[in-house]
Design a protein around this ligand. Structure first.
Ligand code: BES
Ligand code: ZN
Length: 642
């Protein structure tokens, strides 16, 4: 036994249980889910001591009293750009003498607060705290000693950061408006009063009134329209607030199989179903590795281009950027990623944003395992390699060295600081490291038992480490040392024990690139006929400073300016900006006007600014801003102001 603090449990203080008996199953299971359910029989040692890390981004007194269920009853008012209605919240006291329920709110108008008593709904006393620009306002409701339900009548603000209201002109169809939400990390509180911390999980239901001819969707089961024409939804599995989601628009559906399908505006529906046709195989791969998919259906919603992320893992309904629809399935790792969150993130959730790597690092790892399963090791390693380059850049650009730790510091300024490639790729690489040391044969069932042991719970880094000590390090005591683990989790930068992805395909790209850069071959002689998007990205990202003649030669040979693959376009425009290649600028401007995905536009605006083009950046942003999501608007304001 080691003296590493987290390794000091003994079997006497741990509970052994059979997981098959304690895994809640959704009543709706697909044929693909059955095999995983059978395979999930395993035993795990669950450490009795749980580790707590406070969530400094919530006002909620969630250690005293917790929300268990929220019932939303809302009108989606496109004219006023508000959600207007009420939420009824059921809560449970963890400490008997608690009299106040504190919720998070931001920019909400509270109209009435009532408690359920023997006499029916009666007005309650409440007080709103001062508004903080990041956290919003605490809502302190006096709930007394008895009540277990509070009903809050409220409406959202037209400038709610979690909601983007698109005019008909901003949609592809141009006829009907569109609304979509984005709650992660701190924006659920702009949609409803809620304990807005991933430490708290609740079930929810909703009844929505939307204008005729529009389809509402939520991160929940859509249970049809009631007698009054209200659309009803239910989410029977307990989820954290950041997974509450809504979208309303002229949205159509196309099935991929019985339990998986795609929602999108008409113009892109067929192409999306084709691009994402392998989602069922991904679900099978995931299930075989890590146990059953527990959420019933899995659908993908392809949003308008202003959606600020590549994807968002809203349960049962991942939200996806249309920039993934490349026509050749080259960007489907984002589907693998969001689907993987159905295990890492949604099933087992980081209990605060300092542990975001438990969501994003695990998910990036699982994503890559699934990509390997579907497309082979070659593509998986190329993706690891591109990611590793990104991680090195992220580490070198970190605002503070503490932000390169997996366990993030307690004075992290904003959860945004947790969503850098450190959480994603350093996190994934910690798991690659562990996989290499323990071997897949042991590591795969171990991870599966982790997802089962903490299913529908929120955990910390230390909980994971203790679980690892109890369930795999005991069997392989020499595989990894405490010091190695400590360096990965609490240390800064990239540990020397990181796996070094070796891609033969990329080595060939690098060799050919060197020949072209030095003038030994022409651009047309590059062996690019069979290059995948990944090889193009490797080529473009790896280029040194080029002359105008070289940029022109590349562009004329391969028509890179205006390319339809968004990842390739982004990589090319970054080179165009760095090399001052003017002919690409109109196409770059068009890209910035039509795409709102943060991964692309933040760096493009930043690069323009850093390369003496601040005026151009400001001019384009002034035109594009109204079409961007509120989250993106604020980020770019910051980038250009610095
Ligand atoms: N959960 C994230 C998106 C997110 C992060 C939203 C932080 C809000 C705050 C999602 O799962 C994600 O990681 N998306 C990536 C895709 C990926 C393949 C790395 C993205 O949007 O690019
Ligand atoms: Zn993710």
């Amino acid at each position: 036994m080691t003296n590493f603090r987290l390794a000091t449990f003994t079997l006497l203080t741990a509970t052994t249980l059979t997981l098959a008996a304690c895994s809640p199953q959704s009543s709706k299971t697909s044929p693909t889910q059955a095999s995983g359910a059978e395979a999930s029989v395993a035993t795990a040692v669950i450490p009795t001591e749980r580790f707590f890390t406070a969530d400094q981004f919530t006002y909620a007194n969630y250690q005293d009293i917790v929300v268990k269920h929220a019932a939303l009853d809302l009108t989606v008012d496109f004219d006023r750009k508000v959600l207007d209605g009420a939420v009824t919240i059921r809560f449970e006291r963890l400490k008997p003498d608690v009299q106040t329920l504190t919720l998070d709110t931001k920019d909400l108008t509270i109209k009435a607060v009532e408690l359920k008593t023997d006499q029916g709904w009666t007005p309650a006393t409440y007080a709103m705290g001062e508004a903080d620009t990041v956290l919003g306002s605490a809502m302190n409701i006096t709930v007394g000693a008895e009540a277990t339900q509070v009903k809050i009548t409220y409406e959202t603000s037209p400038k709610a950061e979690g909601l983007q209201w698109l005019s008909p002109e901003q949609t592809a169809g141009k006829k009907k408006p569109y609304l979509f939400s984005q709650a992660q990390a701190l924006y659920a509180r702009t949609m409803l009063p809620v304990q807005d911390t991933p430490a708290v999980r609740m079930t929810y239901e909703a009844s929505l009134r939307v204008p005729e001819g529009l389809l509402p969707l939520m991160s929940a089961s859509q249970d049809g329209q009631d007698a009054d024409g209200n659309w009803t939804f239910s989410m029977p599995q307990p989820i954290p607030s950041y997974l509450i989601a809504i979208a309303v628009g002229d949205i159509k559906f196309k099935a991929i199989n019985d339990t998986i399908g795609v929602y999108a505006e008409d113009y892109i529906l067929e192409a999306s179903a084709e691009e994402f046709a392998q989602t069922p195989e991904m679900e099978v791969a995931n299930t075989e590795l890590y146990g059953p998919y527990r959420w019933g259906r899995y659908d993908l919603l392809v949003l308008p281009p202003s959606f600020p992320f590549g994807g968002m893992e809203n349960p049962r309904l991942s939200f996806m950027t249309p920039t993934l629809i490349a026509g050749d399935k080259s960007l489907t790792n984002v589907v693998a990623h969001e689907l993987a969150h159905s295990w890492s993130g949604n099933l087992v959730t980081n209990s605060n944003w300092r542990d975001a790597w438990l969501n994003e690092g695990f998910t990036s790892y699982v994503e890559n395992r699934v990509m390997e399963d579907l497309y082979g090791e070659g593509r998986a390693v190329m993706e690891q390699s591109l990611d590793m380059e990104g991680l090195k850049r992220a580490i070198s650009e970190a605002k503070r060295p503490e932000l390169t730790q997996l366990k993030l510091p307690d004075d992290m300024a904003h959860p945004d600081d947790a969503f850098t490639l450190v959480s994603y790729i350093k996190g994934a690489n910690f798991l690659f490291f562990l996989e290499d040391r323990f071997g897949r044969e042991a590591f795969d069932p171990f991870l599966k038992s982790y997802f089962n042991a903490y299913a529908f719970q929120s955990v910390t880094t230390e909980d994971f480490l203790a679980f690892m000590d109890a369930n795999i390090r005991v069997d392989f005591p020499d595989a990894v040392t405490d010091a190695e683990i400590r360096e990965w989790v609490y240390g800064q930068g990239l540990p020397a024990t990181a796996r070094n992805p070796q891609s033969d395909a990329f080595d060939k790209v690098a060799a050919a690139s060197a020949l072209w850069v030095s003038g030994d071959i022409t651009a047309a002689e590059l062996p690019s006929t069979d290059w995948s998007t990944h090889e193009w990205l490797q080529f473009l990202n790896g280029l040194p400073a080029l002359t105008p003649a070289q940029m022109t030669e590349l562009d004329e040979t391969y028509n890179l300016t205006g390319t339809q693959n968004a990842e390739t376009a982004f990589a090319w425009y970054m080179q165009a900006i760095k090399n001052g290649y003017a002919p690409a600028m109109p196409a770059l401007e068009e890209f910035l006007m039509s795409v709102g995905r943060g991964k692309f536009i933040y760096r493009l605006y930043g690069a323009l600014k850093d390369n003496g083009q601040a005026d151009m950046a400001g001019r384009i942003f002034a035109k594009a801003k109204a079409g961007y999501h509120p989250i993106a608007q604020r980020r770019i304001d910051d980038i250009l102001a610095k």
